[in-house]
Design a protein around this ligand. Structure first.
Ligand SMILES: [Fe+2]
Length: 169
């Protein structure tokens, strides 16, 4: 489900955002990102840049939400320090690669290789979250739906500001 479907009319009130389970939201993001990676793989030439930009942006927004809202809550509720620390380190590498990819054009030699390594890293990260972190977190007493609402709000804000950026560019 896209974020638009979850946001009602009043854009100034946090209650406009549906209270959705945040782990469900993150899992939906994972499927979106996987699809974009697969599309990149199948696309050729011109189409590749747009797909890559969308994929990088989706990973950036998703990671920011995890780092700001979800990981701290999971860390606190589960005490799984190592698990969360590893996820943060993976984000660190992912961010570094995204930064490099932003400086390149999808058409240049080397882009595809770098993008492929990034997608492998992210896919590994997704598996770790869904097979270990999320199931453990699920057992803890986090208010998932309040967190989901906050996550939607943050996502909406980040999407709007990046759209403004793209228009200004
Ligand atoms: Fe994730």
């Amino acid at each position: 489900m896209t974020i638009q479907k979850r946001v009602t009319r009043n854009h100034h009130d946090v209650d406009e955002y549906e209270a959705v389970h945040v782990l469900q939201l993150l899992t939906e993001d994972h499927r979106t990102v996987e699809q974009l990676f697969a599309s990149f793989d199948e696309a050729d030439g011109r189409a590749r840049q747009g797909i890559a930009d969308d994929a990088l942006h989706a990973v950036e927004v998703h990671s920011a939400i995890e780092e700001k809202l979800v990981y701290p809550a999971i860390r606190k509720a589960t005490g799984e320090e190592d698990l969360v620390d590893e996820a943060v380190e993976e984000h660190h590498v992912v961010k570094f690669m995204i930064k490099e990819l932003h400086k390149m054009k999808a058409s240049v030699r080397g882009y595809r290789a770098k993008f492929t390594v990034l997608s492998e890293l992210v896919n590994h990260h997704i598996i770790a979250e869904e097979s270990e972190m999320f199931p453990k977190a699920e057992q803890s007493g986090v208010d998932w739906h309040t967190l989901g609402r906050e996550a939607l709000k943050m996502k909406d804000r980040m999407m709007k500001s990046s759209r403004r950026h793209r228009r200004a560019a």
